[in-house]
Design a protein around this ligand. Structure first.
Ligand code: PLP
Length: 346
């Protein structure tokens, strides 16, 4: 077991022993290997460096209360990576290969898999990178697929479920109408860096993007989906420019199991005032409760024209807390996995 302070891992890069690598060349994927070399060597002309020929995934492996190791819904991440890679017209790994390489990554770095009881996990970062040299704009014909791992705790090191503030992105978009918002491609994240940095400098934890066509509807946060609770209803935006979050998809099922009605529909900014609970949701922390959302003419502006206050005590709402606890309990093996979401490491 690695000597790490398991209770203070936060969400940051930490080196493990190995990464798992396969290369696609001449129409075939090479057999995956566990490599101690964390450096890739590509031509400076590789498509990834110029045209962002690259997509990635994020999922977690947990050591359960029963000592068993569970990967949470890796089949869903495999499908999403296939969808992203195909949008870049690159070769993609099969679902089976994706899952096997994720399993290998956990096995080869098992000393870094946090023990049960620290609200920590091994984060897996599959990456698909176009590597052949090229000059013109073109899809990559040679591709590296690698699965990287890192032990992680809560995102910022903050206690889980502590509420944060958000601001609307009135004059920045993470995606274009009919663009790439629904794919987990690297380019989408480069787009959001500048407005995100600005929001963080202003003390906001989250930046909430609007639909890029009309800026009247909620899309999602920079790296998480938007979900709200209104009475007995779970509300989440239906939008073609939002990344289909696996956490959101799973929480919708948990909500239905709890007897809530799930609504996937347009969510207008004005409706923010009517929600009982609002959360950002994603693999990294499951949910981040949102205490308040500021609306400003521009992100640069110091003038707050409207403030939506959702949580007055800085805590997650009652239903969100219940869903979070249930969700984490499934991942930790404390609650029965009735939907068959967990894949066990043999
Ligand atoms: C833009 C964006 N939205 C939503 C999510 C949440 O997705 P998931 O629940 O699959 O982690 C992520 C993180 O992957 C993201 O980057």
């Amino acid at each position: 077991m690695a000597e790490l302070d398991w209770s203070n891992l936060a969400f940051k890069y930490r080196k493990t022993d190995k990464i798992i690598v396969s290369v696609y060349k001449d129409g075939v994927w090479s057999a995956p290997v566990a490599s101690e070399d964390f450096n890739f060597s590509f031509s400076a002309f590789a498509g990834v460096f110029h045209y962002a020929n690259s997509c990635f995934e994020g999922l977690k492996a947990f050591r359960g209360v029963d000592g068993k190791v569970r990967l949470f819904r890796p089949d869903e991440n495999a499908k999403r990576m296939q969808s992203s890679g195909r949008h870049l017209d690159m070769a993609v790994p099969s679902e089976e290969m994706f899952i096997e390489m994720c399993m290998m990554c956990v096995r080869e770095n098992i000393d870094y898999l946090p023990p049960y009881g620290y609200n920590a996990a091994m984060y897996l970062r599959p990456v698909l990178i176009g590597m052949n040299p090229q000059l013109g704009i073109a899809s990559s014909t040679e591709v590296v697929f690698a699965v990287l791992g890192a032990p992680v705790g809560t995102y910022s090191g903050a206690a889980s479920l502590s509420a944060g503030t958000a601001v609307l992105a009135r004059n920045y978009d993470r995606a274009a109408p009919n663009g790439t918002g629904a794919f987990k491609i690297a380019a989408n994240y480069a787009t959001s860096l500048h407005p995100y940095n600005m929001a963080h400098r202003q003390g906001y934890r989250e930046l909430l993007f609007l639909d890029p066509a009309t800026h009247t509807k909620i899309d999602e946060f920079g790296s998480s989906n938007f979900l709200a609770i209104k009475g007995n209803t779970y509300v989440t935006p239906l939008s073609s420019s939002v990344l289909p979050s696996i956490t959101n998809k799973s929480l919708q099922v948990v909500a239905e199991d709890f007897g809530l009605k799930v609504e996937k529909r347009a969510v207008y900014v004005d409706e923010l005032a009517e929600f009982d609970e609002i959360n950002a949701c994603g693999t990294a922390v499951v949910i981040t409760p949102i205490a308040s959302i500021d609306d400003k003419p521009t992100l640069e502006s110091t003038e707050v024209t409207r403030q939506f206050v959702i949580s007055k005590n800085g805590l997650a709402g009652e239903m969100s807390t219940k869903m979070y606890n249930h969700y984490r309990a499934i991942q930790d093996g404390l609650e029965q996995d009735i939907h068959g979401w967990c894949y066990f490491l043999d």
